[in-house]
Design a protein around this ligand. Structure first.
Ligand code: CA
Length: 299
């Protein structure tokens, strides 16, 4: 499914049309429902055409959700030995203060792929005095989708090292500070010093007093051992979060995004993460075995 970069403008235009329709006394129902056609490839990705599905993904791959019928729309098994530039960009960016107030950032050099193990590896390294770097890959500007099932198989960093694995979704142009009408969906942020994961929805922007969020922290005794599957089923009125195929949180309410969002795999040295990055034996590695995205197939 191609990214429609003007999705938010389109939705805003629809909203204006709906208001205008109500004022004019005409029925707004037909205007509120986006026609099927605008999703056509007027905004084809700048790189990579439609190479969004990895031929290495098993033909019988299916999401954890027992609900609906699904068709694979995007996948990367990370088996190719190099980052697929049609699907991802590795970011280099400063992230300000992190765990125990250290300086932290993402460095594209910390993202590597190992052909032998078929994994994407994000290194967390000491980069200077009280400065630590991890990594981030994003499908922003390449692939985005509204609704569906988003799933990743991840091996979290070793315990007690003050950093976390994260798999999350953001709206197009969704730099920190933007949340309307899209929202940040954190499918998973692993904890460091305990066997827990947190799933979170952030909306209404990030400004103090305006930002809203809902989250669920759940126990997973084996989270720091081996690979685990993390997924979210995103439908217009509901988010369902899964850990190894088990439903860990159902959210219904305000803030569920109604625009296309891109996919991010990253390692965070975020301030709230438990454990102490300054005491970590570095480098440490977080492994991503695959990412798969499905859309619900109309029956
Ligand atoms: Ca793999």
């Amino acid at each position: 499914m191609p990214q429609r970069k003007d999705a938010h403008k389109y939705n805003a235009a629809v909203a204006i049309l709906v208001i205008a329709g109500v004022i004019a006394g005409i029925t707004a129902v037909s205007l509120a429902k986006p026609p099927a056609a605008p999703a056509a490839a007027t905004d084809a990705p700048a790189v990579g055409g439609r190479d969004f599905i990895d031929p290495a993904t098993p033909k019988d791959a299916k999401p954890a959700s027992p609900n609906g019928h699904w068709v694979l729309t995007f996948s990367d098994e990370f088996n190719a030995g190099a980052l697929n530039q049609a699907r991802w960009k590795a970011l280099t960016a400063s992230r300000g203060k992190g765990n125990h107030d250290v300086k932290w950032g993402w460095d594209a050099a910390n993202v590597t792929l190992d052909e032998k193990s078929g994994r994407l590896e994000i290194a967390t390294k000491k980069a200077g005095e009280d400065e630590f770097h991890s990594g981030n890959i994003s499908s922003a500007g390449l692939f985005a989708q509204q609704y569906g099932f988003f799933e990743a198989r991840i091996q979290a960093p070793p315990k007690n090292n003050g950093h976390q694995a994260a798999f999350w979704l953001m709206p197009a142009g969704g730099q920190m500070g933007m949340g309307k009408p899209g929202s940040e969906i954190d499918v998973i942020e692993t904890h460091s010093a305990d066997n827990k994961g947190t799933s979170t929805l952030h909306w209404n922007g990030y400004k103090k007093g305006e930002h809203k969020s809902a989250s669920r922290t759940w126990n997973a005794s084996d989270l720091h051992e081996g690979m685990h599957t993390y997924g979210v089923e995103w439908s217009p009125k509901m988010l369902r979060f899964y850990y190894d195929g088990k439903l860990v949180w159902t959210y219904e309410g305000e803030g569920i995004p109604q625009v296309e969002e891109h996919v991010i795999c990253s390692v965070g040295i975020i301030g709230w993460v438990d454990g102490d990055i300054r005491k970590a034996k570095l480098p440490q590695y977080t492994y991503f075995d695959w990412v798969r995205v499905y859309a619900e197939k109309p029956q």
